[in-house]
Design a protein around this ligand. Sequence first.
Ligand code: SAM
Length: 325
Amino acid sequence: MIRHTLRQMARQGQPLARLLSTQSTDSTTTHFGSKTVPTSEKADLVGEVFSSVAGNYDVMNDVMSAGVHRLWKDYLVTGVMRVDETVAHLSQNPPPQTDPPTPAFRHLDVAGGTGDISFRSLDAINKSLGLSSHSPPNPSVPCPATVTVCDINPDMLRVGESRATSLYGSQNVEKMSDRTPSSPLSSSKPLSFWEGDAQSLPFPSSTFDIYTICFGLRNVTDPSAAIKDAYRLLKPGGRLLIMEFSHPKNPAVATAYDAYSFNVIPEMGERIAGDRDSYQYLVESIRKFYKQEELVEVMEEMGFVEVEYEELNLGVVAIHSGWKI
Ligand SMILES: C[S@@+](CC[C@H](N)C(=O)[O-])C[C@H]1O[C@@H](n2cnc3c(N)ncnc32)[C@H](O)[C@@H]1O
């Protein structure tokens, strides 16, 4: 019934993304966890949360999920993205070269934080190209494949840059401080870090083959704007993958999940990171995010086709996939 009414309103000219929006009906206010705040303030509030958790972010992820977030991320990169197969295919069937030469494959990881998805992607790329993680790039030839990490929060990115430098060596990592705001996307280093807002990213249209956003979309003030920008940034044939905490459909699972989230996670945040409020927000923001089918509709409204989703751990997490044609 609700869906029917929404569809009718959409037919009357109101975009479905707005009707399904995680923002409240009054567009001057929005949700920040379970609080209602002025829309213009949400990005700063989210920024404070992630600046506060940045130093403990990786250890807290392991503790809160008992390490399972690693399996979800492995599955996203090697089971769904299958970046190794794509890169292996491209290295055997290289696309016509452009002038100046550009990488055959570009992965953009938005809300990439401390780098978990991008490192998995680069490892898969290196493996399929037979490179070791510390192989020096050849400065006279563009990398065959690159991974660009982008996030609105420089504190999260700095943790990511430092992890990346130890994993891959500074010769393979372009940091934010290595360039001016007008520098183009790197073609000579396989991994680069960029600051930017998912709602309007600082890259040219039709640039990327894959756009991922993992546990990030629910934090964006207007998630539909981020999905629209993802469509702009992808090349025709490119794929958007959204991994996000979701809504278990089984009532027993939903109840158990709620009990764990609301009782245990803020308490862990307090004890381990000395920060209950940030973890309270992270839990509340999950409940305010689109339901699985709603996100499908917003992706379709923004132009994506063959949109589908897969639930992990009984709907605790969902991976949505869509293609740009
Ligand atoms: C829960 S973390 C996820 C980090 C990483 N993707 C992972 O899975 O470990 C959410 C990230 O979203 C980022 N974020 C929030 N709003 C954003 C926006 N508007 N644009 C880009 N990144 C944003 C935060 O700074 C934070 O790093």
